[in-house]
Write a protein that binds this ligand. Structure first.
Ligand code: AHG
Ligand code: MN
Ligand code: MN
Ligand code: MN
Length: 327
């Protein structure tokens, strides 16, 4: 039986968090709330997409030459509208930029944070009613940066907050502000996110590996050796093809998620600033590991906004088992 003290909404969770941090001005909470409002609006759009005829691809491509889904652009606009106009936000950076220098820089007032985001992750799943998500990363704005791009090219260790929304069988909001990972479920009947887990911890082990095995032939030998080892040791393979869904399962059930270098994506496919870094922060905050090549993913010093890197993240023991084969 839940008592009233158990009923914690996203807003009341943020109020509690702010009480513990008297130095907090509320600016970060404001940004997080605006992301949660975007999540509700995007969820509503996705769940009616087929009825409203907004599935399918556009003629346009984003700055990385990816064909855009109609909902990629709709979700991007929703995030820009809700988050971009907020007083504390200096720079917005999105996967769906039309132009790499389209970063929005607002300098009036107290612009303290940059928000980078993947407005719709796994969007190729939309037409088949598969899981999709939104990923975001919050950095402090560096006023000294001569060019706005340089104020967002910060290593993942500089993130002040990160999270994702999973639009799956339910709508889940997961975030960290550096003091643990907290999970909220949307009750669509009242339009409120209710906390279902505070301080989520990833299981230390989990016999599940998650990667696109279609790339097996083109990935470095060490990854193929790991797959042979895992398949000989009773591991299951689970791959949804949306990073948010695969990472969410990994956080809850344990296991390891990988996107290795492949022939078509020699640096891996996933973007450092708004896919790998936010997920790496969450996984580490939950007690897991997130490595890229021979380093901690969050230590990578970014060189460009849409830079791609390989990633191995998940349960600490399972990441170690992958790396036992990469040596
Ligand atoms: P996005 O839809 O934001 O472009 O991201 C898609 C990414 C990620 O969600 C997923 O893990 C990966 O693409 C799947 O790639 P493959 O289809 O190559 O496996
Ligand atoms: Mn995309
Ligand atoms: Mn993505
Ligand atoms: Mn995307």
């Amino acid at each position: 039986m839940t008592t009233s003290k158990d009923v914690v909404t996203f807003q009341s969770h943020l109020v509690d968090h702010q009480r513990k941090h008297p130095e907090a001005t509320g600016a970060l909470s404001w940004i997080l709330i605006s992301v949660s409002v975007s999540a509700k609006m995007i969820a509503a759009k996705i769940r009616r997409a087929r009825l409203e005829g907004v599935l399918g691809a556009l003629e346009s491509e984003n700055v990385q030459g990816e064909v855009q889904q109609k909902l990629d652009v709709i979700a991007d606009r929703i995030m820009r509208h809700n988050v971009g106009e907020k007083e504390p936000v200096a720079i917005l950076g999105s996967e769906e930029e039309e132009d790499v220098h389209a970063l929005r820089l607002q300098t009036d007032g107290e612009r303290r944070y940059n928000v980078l985001f993947d407005p719709l992750d796994g969007s190729s799943n939309l037409d088949t009613c598969g899981a999709v998500g939104t990923i975001f990363s919050v950095l402090r704005h560096d006023r000294r940066a001569d060019d706005p791009v340089n104020s967002v090219l910060q290593p993942g260790t500089q993130q002040v907050a990160a999270g994702y929304v999973l639009y799956g069988s339910s709508t889940v909001f997961v975030y960290t502000a550096g003091d643990g990972v907290h999970v909220f479920e949307l009750d669509p009947n009242v339009g409120t996110f209710f906390r279902v887990k505070a301080d989520l911890q990833i299981p230390a082990t989990g016999k599940i590996y998650s990667l696109n095995e279609g790339n097996r032939r083109s990935m470095p030998q060490g990854y193929r050796d790991y797959l042979d080892w895992a398949q000989s040791n009773g591991y299951s393979s689970r791959y949804i093809g949306a990073m948010v869904a695969d990472v969410h399962r990994t956080l809850l059930k344990g296991g390891v998620f990988l996107y290795p270098p492949t022939e078509s994506s020699p640096n891996g496919k996933l973007r450092l600033l708004y896919e790998v870094n936010p997920m790496a922060m969450l996984v580490e905050q939950a007690g897991g590991k997130a490595l890229s090549g021979d380093q901690r993913a969050m230590d990578i010093r970014p060189t460009e906004l849409h830079q791609r890197v390989p990633i191995v993240l998940g349960s600490p023991d399972e990441v170690d088992r992958v790396y036992d084969h990469l040596k």
